[in-house]
Design a protein around this ligand. Sequence first.
Ligand code: ADP
Length: 552
Amino acid sequence: MNGLMMDYPLTLQHMLWRVERLFDKKEIVTKREDTLHRYTYADLSGRVAQVGNVLRRLGVKPGDRVATLCWNNYRHLELYYAVPCMGGVLHTLNLRLFPDQLEFTVGDAGDSVVFVDKTLLPILDKIAGRMPSVRQIVVLNDGGPLPPHKLGELLDYETLIAAEKAECSWPAVEERAAAAMCYTSGTTGNPKGVVYSHRSQFLHAMCVLQKDSLGMSESDVLLPVVPMFHANSWGIPYAAGLAGTKLIFPDRFMGDGQVLLDLAEQEGATMLAGVPTIWLNLLGALEKSGRRLPKVHTVICGGSAIPRSLMEGMDRVGLRMLHAWGMTETSPIGTVALVRSWIPPEEAFNARLKQGVPVPGVEIRIADITTGEELPWNGEAFGEIQCRGPWIASGYQNDADPTKITEDGWFRTGDVATIDPDGYVTIVDRTKDVIKSGGEWISTVELEGAVMAHPKVLEAAVIGLHHSRWQERPVAYVVPMPEYKGQVTAEEIREFLAGKVATWWLPDEIRFIDEIPKTSTLKFDKKALRNTAEPIAEDAVPSPVQGGSARE
Ligand code: ADP
């Protein structure tokens, strides 16, 4: 017997319906060079309809890929809605990829039209003449002349929109049809295309709104500092459309703690979202200025582990962090570190530091890294996280890397974790970063957290380098706080770590640098560190692992 409920299609057109009908008074604010651009959800819906008509006029057909090379701004949001609602597939190009990788992603996706912010034209120009699938390029421009380029004829977004009506007859779209694409950042080999469906985006957005997930609501004012080209923008654009959340876009000023502080304060932000490096900047700006953000109740943080020192610092300035884990392939929300009702108050801080509990809709297990055997949730056994659910990738564009799906249909994340009996996941490392020393594992994530807890340290990244005796040993790259530059020693850090981590975990070398290289999504780029690292000076540096066993 079948149920007798409507087979209502779960498509992004529903979000658009809500944007049009329910939230006309709610605002969307975008930072510009010296001013703010401000409009309402009603304006958004009118312009989305105009963009829909533009896409039709440009000949975009169902299933066509339409790329964006844009910052976080209202025009990008318009494309987030118009492209999938028109039946196209929104491909958010990662503006920090190398030109060859950018060319690869445009070709692999088969993009037919590219929408590009004027300020990003020079990036697209680097692959001029190398995008055979692209028919038209449309420039999103706040005014003024374009920089010189070799891209041929360019169309102007505002001119195209001005010629169209603010009503659009949207085509019927299947819920399983592709809605959007995002490429992983290609830390190994070429980037891989993750293809979201309308259904997956719909269900993921519903999950994001739950109180035990990110929990944004109509009364919230959200400042997303997550690039809109990264991991589906954490699902925020569509969740905001469902809830009617006021949005504040920082455009290209995302890395500037002072700008973020001003925007959050002036626009009354109640929630912020971004990776830890963003919050390190903001914390610096808050501590320096003595200013505070009393209206902000939640700072959503994911993308890398939150160092304990960062969460402590944010607590000190009255900002409560909400830790979440996920990846491009998981749309991206997989776990959220809410404090479960039975966790005693003295354990609450530690619970918040973990990566969290699977959100409703996502199932998780851990599997032994070598044997693949499923491991118990005892908080000690660690293995690769595997997950499944309606917004978890079942494969990649053009079948890149089929090995990521297990025989029984789970997605292999490449992250190594423990799960405790309360269901909290704790990421130990990525399989490609974890260090194997003398047959034992060392978690670079944990070691980094321990080094960053030193009061003179701003950032630290740990990598494993070849060692003739132990196969690999940890080396820490450390950036001192600006005021302690040149005034902190390796010995001091080693002493600080003693007793906090096992002796055999102590880094063989501590190398001071001015900045840790960052990936396109502002995470520590350990691949870049490994590629340029000097070998360990095995004779010069006394190894903490003398005497035959790595466990001393
Ligand atoms: P990129 O490859 O650019 O980092 P993703 O955003 O897809 O792109 O990266 C996802 C990865 O980021 C995860 O597999 C995991 O290793 C790491 N990650 C995400 N969130 C967390 C977190 N809260 N703690 C630790 N690592 C995280």
